[in-house]
Structure formats: structure tokens, C-alpha cells
Design a protein around this ligand. Sequence first.
Ligand code: CA
Length: 220
Amino acid sequence: MRLLLVEDDPLLGDGIQTGLRQDGYAVDWIQNGLEAEQALSGGRFDLVVLDLGLPGRHGLEILRALRARDDHTPVLILTAHDAPPERVAGLDAGADDYLTKPFDFAELSARLRALLRRAGGRATPALHNGPLRLDLAARQVSLDGRIITLSQREFAILETLLRNLGRVLSRSRIEDSIYDWDSEVGSNAIEVHIHHLRKKLGKDWIRTVRGIGYMMEKRE
Ligand code: CA
């Protein structure tokens, strides 16, 4: 999952980025409102964590512009402790949730998972396909009840495939969802991860669609 973090406080931003990367997100961090607007107009993100008081452009303006483009990417806003009217304005401008600073990282983490669940129309924190189960909160994958140990990238690719069952995903689409701007991406990195996933899950789970990409078919 690709996440955009917009936060101008260097210490807080660094802490959130590190924590969310440990949660398995590909996190791009921007500290300026104008750059955030640019990134959102061009990039494809699965989630946005947005501070409101930002240099360049206020978070609310960024949010309003995003929704005005009919972009429904889930947004969680971070608001200052002493600014309740901003919270209301944020929700009215199209935010999906908010958190007041200072906050507990575990709560941010749980709220983001809840946003993704809602965006996917699911109530449970797990993705399923037949006997294959990916638990987002525990970050655990099991097949027929047996735990499968995956690397962070393998987990991220499997999550992307499970969220797009029956759809062919190009290599660049998969790269977009699992790597942030700071990542060094080898030209055959995705192939290598898919190879490892097939070794761990069995080779029938991920289909190669020649010249296009990869897909996972829905199973009963
Ligand atoms: Ca700020």
C-alpha cells in the first residue's frame, strides 16, 4: 500500500514515516503544502495522512482540491490539540478520519487499517481467497491454516494481488503500490519476489499474463 504523508514537523514526520514503513506501507513524505498538491495530482496513493498547518498551502485547501477532482483516496487529517474547529472543517472538507496531536502511534496505525477496510468495503481486518488468508493487523499470511513466512515486499505484493482479485496488474502498477520514492528498485525485482511467493505458496496462485503482468484468480 502506497501512502503519502504530509507533515512539516521534521521530528514527527520522521517518526511517522519510520513507524508506517514498519507497518509495511510504502511511505512518501512531503513537508510542504504545494508539493503535496503536486504529488496528489500526479501520483497514485492508497492513503493520505495530512497535517493541516503546512507551509505553502493549508491542508484543508489540499483536501478540498482533491475532493473537487472527485478523488476518493482515504484521507486522515492530523490536527493540533487546540483547534477543534479545524477538525470539523476537515471532516466537512472530505476527510475520512482525524487524529489530534499528540497521538499514540498504535492508534494511527489502527485507524489507517480501518480506513483501508472501509475503502475496500470490508468489515474484517483480513483478506481472503479460498484457503489463503492475509491478516492485515497481525501482518500474517496463512494457507489452509498453516502460517507462511513472507518478507515485507512479498507480503505487500500478495496484499496488492488480493485486493485486486481477477484483475491483471502490470509490473509498474505493482511497483507503484509497494515502493516509495526512496526505494531502489531493481529492474527484475518484482519477478524475483513473485518467484519467491510461488515457492512459498505453490506455483498456481499467481498467474503470469504474458506481456501484461500478473493476476490472482478468485477461488472458492
Ligand atoms: Ca504543521
